[in-house]
Design a protein. Structure first.
Length: 95
């Protein structure tokens, strides 16, 4: 009887770990898509089109390539840390 309870607890823990990992990968995927769009999309592929707009006196494509992508990356770091803390609490995972 005790072994059945242990097996059930291990199975439940395994499913929690799988759900946690799936949520982690989903978050990483979303953040990596944002990273790719901002760095490669705005900074390289769409630079010419974005340069018709200006931000703080600079062409927008240039601004994204030089400053905007850096700001976005820093924001992504904070978003990742905040969301991972929430996921850790949701799934009962601690340091």
């Amino acid at each position: 009887m005790e072994q059945d309870e242990k097996a059930a607890a291990l199975g439940e823990a395994s499913s929690v770990r799988k759900a946690y990992w799936k949520a982690n990968l989903k978050l990483l995927g979303i953040l990596l898509v944002i990273w790719f769009v901002v760095s490669f999309g705005f900074g390289i592929l769409l630079e010419d089109w974005l340069n018709q707009f200006h931000l703080f006196g600079f062409k927008l494509g240039f601004w994204f390539a030089q400053q905007g992508s850096i700001f976005t990356f820093v924001v992504l770091i904070f978003v990742y840390a905040f969301r991972m803390r929430a996921l850790d609490r949701q799934f009962g995972v601690g340091d």
